[in-house]
Structure formats: structure tokens, C-alpha cells
Design a protein around this ligand. Structure first.
Ligand code: ADP
Ligand code: MG
Length: 620
């Protein structure tokens, strides 16, 4: 659905039902609190309008003290008590909404984490998510808008009910007689209600026109916002560094200058002076006309003796409030309709199907760690690419052995691991676990047998302890042992808060920034803590200095224990100690064997790489 086309009422209803359903599921209680708070606030003014009318009527009439005193006391008392209740509800409402504003991000995060991995980085998916976030930022379309809609519709609806209650007597109190007795004629009821409805609809129409001219600018604004996010903020630490170093701010500026969305004289400004403003002004005019007509009718009736002067405030107040609330309500519905296409984007994102087949087989828990994995003639292309990242790969992991995977950059080593972990499925061939295609296993169960340190691993801005354990509660001794095995013990000693030391400064000013090598050690510790039957290190030495590197692979045997270990590196010297070495080249396994056997094939790729690299190392 295009952003310009108005949704029908039916589409609006269907969309809203799903939206509020998600909102309720993510944050139960929110809808109730918002509605209660708004309804209460909307009804409250009528209480004082009613009391004022009674008091003025009495003052202008018989002026009985014994009637006035309780009236005044009740008016003051109710204003106090109800006012306090309103404030409490309002605070509660604001707090709930603020919390929802954070937790609604979970809707997207949960989806990102549960969708097929190959979809996560797709341009369409990223683009869609960027668009959703952009719409959310610039004018709070999407979930954010739903809170406003809820507030407006509930305020409107409660306000209408209150106003009706206070207006009924305007029509039922009759002019006692005389020239103006014709005002008692029922035609006036119809007339006043007719005018009320007409002007209100007209004014709502104008206001909706105004706000939909605004909504129609979303494409431009999305683009403008993305530009801002990409260019001016440079908020990610690394992006900032690159922009400085390569003087990229000039490019950023140039792009910014091309974008005329938000500047004076820009598209947004022109629309505000034009349709957005003119429609809003017309809307306000019709409201003034209604006020005039109601004043004349009410005053004439009062003058003719139908009710006291005090009631004039009540009726005029109630009728104008009625009009305001009808438009409030209609505005809410209008916003809900304008919001439909934005919700549609969100639904498109949430409905991205998981295409990867998931079996239900459980991987039996084996204390002997006898898990046999085999690649059988596996070929794989990354989605949307034409070249084979892996071609006809055959490989058998011998239980408990150490396999090294070597090869030049881009030869397919990391891809091999991603397939093993089933982040992607191969287009051809099969990967088997104990003879059964890995697609037949339950995914969570299957992934449980692997501890992987990915080449581009990420730690999170959390204390070291929970980073390693992957949970908030953990066995401290085990975490320390894992960190020690990964070579992080010395550094840990320098941290005053030990395992509670926060990583990175994103969330805490006391967080520590760590080097790439240190991060890698923590990531290795995390893999060790998981204690899975397979341990896989993808280029673990890339970010380590030579001493740390020597430390890691001197210890690798010990670290691996009885696990099946896969060690990936483009530095051959790191792999000598492995039982078997597989040489990758352009997505194919071209050689396998021990270090000695491979070196003996003097014409082979391994020997070539070895000799090329040997000059950089003093071999021991
Ligand atoms: P290695 O780990 O051996 O350096 P990779 O397995 O990372 O190599 O990459 C193998 C090939 O696949 C390379 O040509 C690389 O450009 C390509 N490739 C890697 N990741 C992706 C991806 N996400 N999308 C498309 N192509 C990719
Ligand atoms: Mg790699």
C-alpha cells in the first residue's frame, strides 16, 4: 500500500486490532492505564462546570446560604480529590508510555534474532527496518502513534459522553411561555445537533487534510532522516574515527547540503505554509461559527426563563466541549487511518517468513562427546551472489581430533564454519551429524554442540562475567577458569571490580574499553565456558600480538581437551600442531594431511604458502 493512499475503515480496523494486540502482548496493562487516565482527565472538567453552574444559578436566584455552603464545599472537595487522582493516573500513564517506548524496540529485536540468519543482512530487510525506525523517529508513526491515537480516541469518547450528560437538560428545560416559547419546539434539538455535527465534521475534515499533507511527506523525511543518521551523527565509535582520518566530513556535508528536507524553504516548510497551514486554519474557523450559534440559542432560552444564568456556562461549555471531543475522536480515527501504511511496513517486517527447514530431532546428550560431523559434496553461494563461496567440499571431523583449516583470505574458511553452524544452508550436498542431515535436528539443540569464536565476534556492553557466561547468573569459579585458560587472568587482576567490570562505555561511565586482543581472549573464554563438544576458533590470532598468539596455541591442545577442535588461520605456523590440516583455495579443499605430509608435497599450495610466509617468522 502506498503511503499516499488512504486506508478504508475496514483496513484500519484490521490493522489496529493487530497493532494493539502486539502492544498488549509486549506490554500488558499499558492500554488500560492510558485509557483510564485519559477518560478520567476528559470527564474531570465537567464536574467543575456543573458545580459552577449550580453556584451561579443560586447566586443569581434565591441566594440561600444553606444551599450555597454545601455546594461550595462539595465543589472544592471534589476538585481537590479528583485532581489528585487525575495526577496519579497521569503519572502512571506517562511512566508506562516511557517504558513502552523502550520495550517496543523488543518487537523488532526479537524478530531480528528469530528470522533466518541469511535474511538479517539483506538490503531489503535492513532498508525496511531503517524505514520503520525513520518513520518512528521523525513523526512517531507506527507503534508510537498508537499511543497518541489511543489517548485521542479515549479522550474524545469520554468527553462526548460527559458533554451529552450535561446538555440533555438544555433541551428538556422548557421556556415557560411568551414570545420565545417557539424555542421549545423539537425542531431546535435537531437543528442544534445537526449544526454541531456538521461543523465538527467540517473542522475534522480540515484538520485531517492538514495532517495527511504532513504524512504524505514521509518518503522525503525518511530519506532526510537516514541521511542525518548516516552522515552527521557519526556516532558509532569506529565510524567517527574513519570520518576524521579520511576527511570524509566533506562528503557527508555535500550529501547533507543536497538534502533539502528540513531546511527553511525546503519541502517541509513549503507544505507547512501551504496545505498543512491553510487546512488547519479553516478547521479553526468552522469551530468559531458553531460557538456563535450555540451562544445565541442558549442565551435566548435563558433570557426567556428556561433556566438560570449559571446554566449558560454549563451548556455553552458542554456543547463546545462536545464539538472539541468529537473532533478529538475523529482526529484519533484519522490518525489511525494515516498510520495504517506505516503499520503495514512493520507487519511486512514482522511477517518475513522463516524459510529454513527446522527438524525436531534432538541431539542426544552424549557424555563421550561422540559427535561425528561430515560435509558431503557441499556447495554454497551467498544469497544474491553468483560465485560459489564453497564448491564440492568433502570433510569428515574425527571425534576428539584437531583440524586446522588454512587458506588465503576469501578462500571460504569462515563460510565453511557458518554452514557448519547452519547460519546458512548449502544449495548442494549435505552436512551430516552422526549420519543424519543437520536440517533434521531442532536448531537450538543442534547449535548447542558448538562453541565458536567467529572472526567478527561481538561482545556486549555488559559485565565481563555475564559476557563469558552468556547469562546474568553464573558460576564465578568456572568463569574465572575460562578466562584464565584464554590468557586473560593477568588483565582481570588489574580490574578493580573483577568479573563485574563493565565492558565498553555505552551503558556505564565506569565501563572499560578493551583492545581487540583482549576482546578476543574474552570471546575465547566465552566459548570455553559453554563447554560444547566442538570448539571452533576462526582466526583467533588475527587480533592478537605474537606473544598472545603463541600463548593461545601452545595452550590450544590443553584448552580443547577431549573436544573436537577446528582451528582456522591464514597463518600456517599457527596450525602445525593440528592432527590434520585442510587447505582451502577458492572455495575448494585442495589438500589435506599433516603438516609434514603437506610440506613434503613441494609443488602443493601448502608448501607454497608455507615458504611465502616463512620469511616473516623465525620458525622454532
Ligand atoms: P575466508 O574466511 O577464507 O577469508 P570467507 O569464507 O569469509 O573467506 O569468504 C569466502 C567468499 O565468500 C569470499 O569471496 C567473500 O567475498 C564471500 N563472502 C563472504 N561473506 C559473504 C556475504 N555475507 N555475502 C556475500 N559474499 C560473502
Ligand atoms: Mg574468514
Amino acid at each position: 500500500m502506498s503511503q499516499q493512499k488512504k486506508a478504508t475503515l475496514k483496513e484500519t480496523f484490521i490493522s489496529a486490532r493487530r497493532a494493539y494486540g502486539i502492544m498488549h502482548k509486549e506490554f500488558p496493562g499499558l492500554i488500560g492505564v492510558v485509557a483510564a487516565s485519559r477518560a478520567f482527565s476528559a470527564l474531570l472538567p465537567y464536574v467543575s462546570i456543573w458545580f459552577s453552574a449550580q453556584i451561579i444559578n443560586e447566586l443569581a436566584g434565591m441566594r440561600r446560604v444553606d444551599v450555597l455552603r454545601p455546594l461550595v464545599l462539595w465543589a472544592l472537595g471534589s476538585a481537590l480529590v479528583l485532581g489528585v487522582i487525575r495526577e496519579i493516573l497521569e503519572r502512571w500513564n506517562v511512566r508506562m508510555q516511557n517504558r513502552f517506548n523502550i520495550s517496543r524496540q523488543n518487537v523488532y529485536t526479537d524478530k531480528l534474532l528469530s528470522m533466518d540468519y541469511e535474511d538479517v543482512d539483506k538490503a531489503e530487510v535492513r532498508g525496511l527496518l531503517g524505514k520503520i525506525r525513520g518513520n518512528d523517529n521523525w513523526n512517531a508513526w507506527g507503534f508510537f502513534k498508537l499511543e497518541e491515537v489511543l489517548e485521542n480516541t479515549v479522550t474524545g469518547f469520554a468527553g462526548i459522553l460527559g458533554a451529552v450528560a450535561l446538555t440533555v437538560s438544555l433541551f428538556t428545560s422548557a421556556v415557560p411561555g411568551g414570545q420565545l416559547a417557539f424555542l421549545n419546539h423539537p425542531v431546535f434539538v435537531v437543528l442544534i445537533i445537526g449544526i454541531l455535527v456538521l461543523t465538527t465534521m467540517l473542522s475534522s475534515f480540515c484538520h485531517n487534510k492538514s495532517s495527511s499533507s504532513y504524512a504524505a511527506l514521509s518518503e522525503e523525511a525518511t530519506f532526510g532522516n537516514r541521511m542525518c543518521n548516516l552522515m552527521c551523527l557519526a556516532e558509532r565509535p569506529n565510524a567517527g574515527a574513519d570520518i576524521r582520518l579520511y576527511n570524509q566530513q566533506k562528503i557527508a556535508r555535500w550529501y547533507m547540503d543536497q538534502d533539502k528536507t528540513f531546511v527553511p524553504g525546503g519541502i517541509l516548510a513549503r507544505h507547512t505554509a501551504g496545505p498543512i497551514g491553510i487546512w488547519a486554519a479553516l478547521g479553526s474557523c468552522t469551530e468559531a461559527v458553531l460557538m456563535g450559534i450555540v451562544y445565541v440559542f442558549v442565551c435566548l432560552k435563558s433570557w426567556a426563563g428556561a433556566f438560570g444564568v449559571g446554566s449558560i456556562t454549563q451548556y455553552v461549555g458542554a456543547v463546545t466541549a462536545m464539538s472539541r471531543n468529537i473532533s478529538e475522536w475523529m482526529k484519533g480515527i484519522g490518525q489511525l487511518r494515516s498510520n495504517v501504511p506505516f503499520m503495514e511496513d512493520i507487519y511486512t517486517f514482522l511477517d518475513i517468513p522463516n524459510k529454513m527447514y527446522q527438524g525436531s530431532l534432538t541431539t542426544e546428550k552424549r557424555s563421550d562427546r561422540q559427535y561425528q560431523v561430515e560435509f558431503k559434496d557441499v556447495s554454497f553461494k551467498y544469497p544474491g551472489t553468483e560465485t560459489w563461496a564453497l564448491r564440492h567440499v568433502n570433510m569428515k571431523f574425527n571425534v576428539g581430533s584437531r583440524l586446522a583449516v588454512v587458506g588465503e583470505n576469501g578462500s571460504g574458511k569462515s563460510t565453511f564454519i557458518k554452514l557448519l553452524c547452519r547460519l546458512y544452508d548449502p544449495q548442494e550436498g549435505q552436512i551430516l551429524l552422526n549420519g543424519i542431515d543437520i536440517r533434521k535436528y531442532n536448531y537450538d539443540d543442534y547449535i548447542g554442540i558448538f562453541s565458536v569464536v567467529f572472526q567478527d565476534f561481538k561482545l556486549i556492553a555488559q559485565p565481563i562475567g555475564s559476557n563469558v557466561a552468556g547469562s546474568l547468573k553464573y558460576d564465578e569459579e568456572r568463569v574465572k577458569r575460562a578466562l584464565t585458560d584464554a590468557g586473560f587472568a593477568e588483565r582481570l587482576k588489574t580490574m578493580p571490580r573483577g568479573l563485574d567490570t563493565m565492558l565498553y562505555k555505552n551503558l556505564s561511565a565506569e565501563g572499560v574499553e578493551i583492545s581487540g586482543g583482549e576482546a578476543q581472549k574474552i570471546a575465547i573464554a566465552r566459548a570455553l565456558y559453554k563447554d560444547a563438544p566442538f570448539i571452533i576458533l576462526d582466526e583467533p590470532t588475527a587480533a592478537l600480538d605474537p606473544i598472545a598468539e603463541a600463548e593461545i596455541y601452545a595452550k590450544f591442545n590443553e584448552i580443547s581437551g577431549d573436544r573436537t577442535a577446528v582451528y582456522i588461520s591464514h597463518r600456517l605456523s599457527s596450525c602445525k600442531f593440528c592432527d590434520e590440516i585442510a587447505v582451502f583455495d577458492h572455495g575448494q579443499v585442495i589438500q589435506t594431511g599433516t603438516h609434514e605430509a603437506l610440506l613434503a608435497q613441494t609443488e602443493g599450495q601448502y608448501a607454497k604458502l608455507w615458504n611465502a610466509q616463512a620469511q616473516y617468522y623465525t620458525e622454532t
